[in-house]
Ligand binder design. Structure first.
Ligand code: MOS
Length: 757
C-alpha cells in the first residue's frame, strides 16, 4: 500500500495524514445521532401510504376502520392535510420556487403520477400502531394504463433542449464524425443497456419534524444539503429562512438520494403541524423505490472507427434514457466520451422519453457510471478489432488535451495510474485471446480493465473561523458527513488553515445555523468546503498578523503579513522562525476575546475556462466464471487513482473502495425489475434487489497516485467520492469477456446471459 503523503499544501501540516475518523467512536458506540434518533418529548410516528398504481386518480379514501385503531392521531390525505403556502404543482408558484428541484409535490391533489407516490400519512403514538393503521386505510383509485418502459412506442419524447439547465446535454460535436467513421478501415458499433438502479443507503430517507412555535420549525433530516432543505421548506411553508432550522449531523449513506428535498420531508412537517407534536417519519425500504429518485435506464450506442495502427478516427456516443412526466432530469451518460480518448472527431447526443415513474435524479456518478460502463466496454471491443492489448490501445489513444474542448488538462496523471495499476495487477501476463485461463477449481478466469474519470467540480460553500483568546480555534460550516469522513478531513484542513494542532480546533458542522456549505455531491464537497475553510483561516490569520506586525511590543513588529507563518498556535517570522509570538499573547495584548474570519469556496472561473479539470484512474479486474452455470465472481480489483491532493489517505482509499464496490454492483448485482403492465417495481427490497456484500468483493486495492494540481484550487483537491465507480463496471464486463469469449452488453451481467450466449 502506498501511503506516501503526496504533495502537502501546508508543509508539516496535518493535511495528508492518515488519521482515523474523529467520529468513529461515536458511531460504533451508537452516540452519533441520525435523523430518526432524536427522542423529542411527545414524539409521534408518521407512516407513509404510497400509491399502488402508477397513473390515475384517487377517487376517495375510506379511513373508517383505520381511524378507530388505538393510538391513531391523524390520517392525512390531500383532502385534509394542512395546505402549503406554495406548491411546485401550481403554475403561479413555479417561478418563485425555481431552483428547488421538485417538479411535483404529492398530497396536493388526487392525481397519481408514479407507483410509490405518497398518497397519505398516518400518525400515531407508536410506530407499530401507525404502521398497522396505514395498512387499514382503503383507497379507491381510478387507474389508467401507465407508460412504464422507455421502449414503449407511446412514450412521449422529451427534448432536453426544452430546459435551460440541460441544454448542453442534447448534442456535442467535434470534427466530422460521420465522414471520419465512413473513412475508418476498422469499425465497431455496439449498443449497451443497463437496468434501473435505486439508491439503497443503509439509512433510508428519514425526517423528524418539530414545530417549536407556530412560526419556528426544527427539522432533523437525513440530507446532503441542510441549507437546501431549509430554503425549500421555508419557501413551501411560507416561512422566512431563519424560521426553519435543519440539522443533519450524520448521514447513513446518500449516494445522491439525499441530494435534494423529497416529499416525505415536507409531509413530515405538515403532519407535525396537524397533530401539534413532533413527528418522526422514516421511509420503509420499499418506499426507497419510487419517491426519492433513481438511476434511469439507458440504452447507449457507441460507434468507433480507427486507422490501421489503432488510432481513433471517430467516436460517437448516443444515449437514450427516460425521465418522469413532471421533472426534467436526464442521465447524461454520453458525456463520458468527451474526455478520455484522443479522437479527432467526436459526437455525443442524448434523447429521453417521459414515463409514468418517480423522477430519476443523481445517483452515484450520474452519467459517468453508465457512460463509462458502455465506453470502456466499447474500447475493449475496439482494441480487440484492432488486434491490440486493451491497455496498449488506450495508451496510443491517450488524450494529451481534452478531446471535446481542446483545453489542456489542469493535471493528468493517468499514465502513472495505468503503469502502477497494471504493475500491481500483473497485467503484462494477460493472454490476448479469451478463455485461456482457469483456476484450480476449473473456473474460467478473465482479466479486464477500464479507465476511470470524474470531473473535478466545486460548488459554492462558506465557512467561518474564530480564534479565541486562549489560543483555541472554532471552525463552522454547515457541511455533511455521509460516511466520507467530512468531520475528519475538513477538520484537518481547518487545523492547517489556522495553524493549530487538530485537538485545539472545535469543528462544528451539520446544521443550517452554520454558514451554508452547499450540497455534498458531485464529489465536490471536500474541495468546496475545504477552500471555504482555508479562506476563513487565512482571513483570521491575516487579521492576527496585522495586530502583531503593527504593534511595536510584538516580536513580529514590522515583519509584514507576507512574511509570517502560522503554525502550532504561533505566528513566526518567515525569515527567522525563532522570532514568534503565540496567538493568545497577540489577542490578549490587543484586548480582544476573539477574532473572526470568513471564507468562500467556489470554482475559479478563469481556471475553469482555461483548463479541463478531472480526476483519473485505471481499474483492473479479475473474474472467475463457472463454465457450466455462468456464475461470475470478482476475485481481484486493483484501482490506481490520481485526484490531486490526498487530504487523508485512509479516508480517500475508503472512498475508492466504496466506488469500486459500486462498480461491481452496477456490473453484476443491481437490477430493479419493473412490471411493464403496472409500472411497479417487483423487487423493492434488499432480499431481491442485490447489492454486494463482503463475499462479493474478496480482494480490493486502491493505489493513490501522486498528483499535484495548482489550478483546480489552492489546496489542489479534486473529488474522490464517485470516480471509483467509473472504469470498474467496464473492467468487469471486459474481464467476463476475457474469461468466456462472450460479450454481454446488458448490465447487470447475469448468468442467464452467459449460458444462453
Ligand atoms: Mo452524488 S450522485 O452527486 O450525491
Amino acid at each position: 500500500m502506498n501511503d506516501s503523503a503526496s504533495f502537502a499544501p501546508v508543509p508539516g501540516g496535518v493535511i495528508g495524514q492518515p488519521l482515523s475518523r474523529v467520529d468513529g467512536h461515536a458511531k460504533v458506540t451508537g452516540r452519533a445521532q441520525y435523523a430518526a434518533e432524536y427522542q423529542l418529548p411527545g414524539l409521534t410516528y408518521g407512516v407513509l401510504v404510497t400509491s399502488t398504481i402508477a397513473k390515475g386518480r384517487i377517487q376517495g379514501f375510506d379511513a373508517s376502520v383505520a381511524q378507530r385503531e388505538p393510538g391513531v392521531l391523524a390520517i392525512l390525505t390531500h383532502e385534509n392535510i394542512p395546505r402549503l403556502a406554495k406548491t411546485p404543482n401550481a403554475k403561479a408558484d413555479q417561478k418563485t420556487l425555481e431552483g428547488i428541484m421538485m417538479g411535483f409535490m404529492p398530497l396536493t391533489g388526487p392525481e397519481v403520477f408514479y407507483s410509490g407516490q405518497p398518497v397519505a400519512i398516518v400518525v400515531a403514538d407508536t410506530f407499530e400502531r401507525a404502521t398497522h393503521a396505514a395498512a387499514l386505510l382503503k383507497i379507491n383509485y381510478q387507474a389508467e394504463a401507465p407508460i412504464a418502459s422507455y421502449r414503449s412506442p407511446q412514450a412521449q419524447l422529451f427534448d432536453p433542449k426544452d430546459t435551460g439547465d440541460s441544454s448542453d446535454l442534447s448534442r456535442k460535436t467535434r470534427g466530422n464524425p460521420q465522414a471520419a467513421l465512413a473513412a475508418a478501415p476498422v469499425k465497431v458499433t455496439a449498443t449497451y443497456t443497463h437496468s434501473i438502479n435505486h439508491h439503497n443507503p443503509m439509512e433510508p430517507g428519514a425526517t423528524t419534524a418539530h414545530w417549536e412555535a407556530a412560526d419556528r420549525l426544527t427539522v432533523y433530516d437525513s440530507t446532503q444539503g441542510v441549507t437546501l432543505v431549509q430554503q425549500t421548506l421555508a419557501a413551501l411553508l411560507g416561512l422566512r429562512q431563519e424560521q426553519v432550522r435543519v440539522v443533519c449531523k450524520f448521514i447513513g449513506g446518500g449516494f445522491g438520494s439525499k441530494y435534494n428535498v423529497w416529499p416525505h420531508t415536507v409531509l413530515a412537517t405538515l403532519a407535525a403541524k396537524a397533530v401539534q407534536r413532533p413527528v418522526k417519519l422514516v421511509l420503509r425500504r420499499e418506499q426507497m423505490f419510487g419517491p426519492v429518485g433513481h438511476r434511469a435506464p439507458t440504452r447507449q450506442t457507441l460507434r468507433m472507427g480507427t486507422d490501421n495502427a489503432g488510432l481513433l478516427m471517430a467516436l460517437g456516443h448516443h444515449a437514450k434514457t427516460a425521465t418522469s412526466t413532471f421533472d426534467e432530469f436526464i442521465e447524461p451518460a454520453a458525456n463520458a466520451s468527451h474526455t478520455l480518448y484522443a479522437s479527432p472527431a467526436i459526437s455525443t447526443s442524448h434523447e429521453a422519453v417521459r414515463l409514468d415513474t418517480g423522477t430519476p435524479l443523481f445517483m452515484r456518478a450520474p452519467g459517468e457510471a453508465p457512460g463509462s460502463a458502455a465506453l470502456e466496454s466499447a474500447i475493449d471491443e475496439m482494441a480487440l478489432a484492432c488486434g491490440m492489448d486493451p491497455l496498449a490501445f488506450r495508451l496510443v489513444n491517450y488524450a494529451e488535451v481534452e478531446p471535446i474542448t481542446g483545453k489542456p488538462f489542469s493535471s493528468k496523471a493517468l499514465r502513472q495510474c495505468y503503469e502502477q495499476g497494471a504493475a500491481r495487477f500483473g497485467w503484462a501476463a494477460r493472454p490476448q485471446a479469451p478463455r485461456q485461463m482457469r483456476d484450480a477449481a476449473g473456473m474460467l478466469v478473465g482479466w479486464g480493465m477500464g479507465t476511470a474519470v470524474f470531473p473535478a467540480l466545486m460548488f459554492q460553500g462558506q465557512a467561518r473561523a474564530v480564534l479565541l483568546q486562549d489560543g483555541r480555534g472554532i471552525v463552522e460550516t454547515g457541511a455533511h458527513d455521509m460516511g466520507q469522513g467530512a468531520w475528519t478531513g475538513l477538520a484537518q484542513i481547518a487545523a492547517d488553515a489556522l495553524g493549530l494542532d487538530l485537538d485545539r480546533i472545535e469543528f462544528r458542522s451539520g446544521s443550517s445555523d452554520l454558514p451554508d456549505a452547499g450540497i455534498a455531491g458531485g464529489s465536490a464537497h471536500t474541495a468546496t468546503v475545504g477552500m471555504a475553510i482555508d479562506g476563513a483561516g487565512a482571513d483570521v490569520i491575516g487579521k492576527l498578523a496585522d495586530l502583531a506586525t503593527n504593534d511595536e511590543r510584538s516580536p513580529l513588529f514590522g515583519a509584514g503579513n507576507a512574511g509570517l507563518i502560522a503554525r502550532g498556535g504561533r505566528l513566526h517570522r518567515r525569515d527567522d522562525e525563532a522570532r514568534s509570538e503565540s496567538y493568545a499573547d497577540i489577542l490578549a495584548r490587543a484586548g480582544l476575546a476573539e477574532i473572526e474570519g470568513r471564507g468562500t469556496g467556489a470554482m475559479d472561473p478563469a481556471a475553469q475556462s482555461t483548463y479541463a479539470m478531472h480526476a483519473h484512474g485505471a481499474v483492473f479486474a479479475e473474474v472467475t466464471v463457472d463454465p457450466d452455470f455462468g456464475q461470475v465472481r470478482v476475485t481481484r480489483l486493483v484501482g490506481a487513482f490520481a485526484a490531486g491532493t490526498v487530504v487523508n489517505p485512509r479516508m480517500v482509499r475508503s472512498q475508492y473502495y466504496g466506488g469500486m464496490i459500486w462498480g461491481v454492483s452496477f456490473a453484476l448485482h443491481e437490477h430493479a425489475v419493473i412490471d411493464k403492465r403496472t409500472g411497479r417495481p417487483m423487487n423493492p427490497n434488499l432480499g431481491e434487489y442485490h447489492v454486494p456484500v463482503n463475499a462479493d468483493v474478496p480482494s480490493i486495492e486502491a493505489i493513490l497516485v501522486e498528483e499535484r494540481d495548482v489550478h483546480v484550487n489552492a489546496l489542489g483537491i479534486k473529488g474522490v467520492g464517485e470516480i471509483g465507480i467509473t472504469g470498474t463496471a467496464g473492467a468487469i464486463a471486459n474481464a467476463v469477456w476475457h474469461a468466456t469469449g462472450v460479450r454481454v452488453r446488458s448490465f447487470p451481467i447475469t448468468l442467464d446471459q452467459l449460458i444462453e450466449a
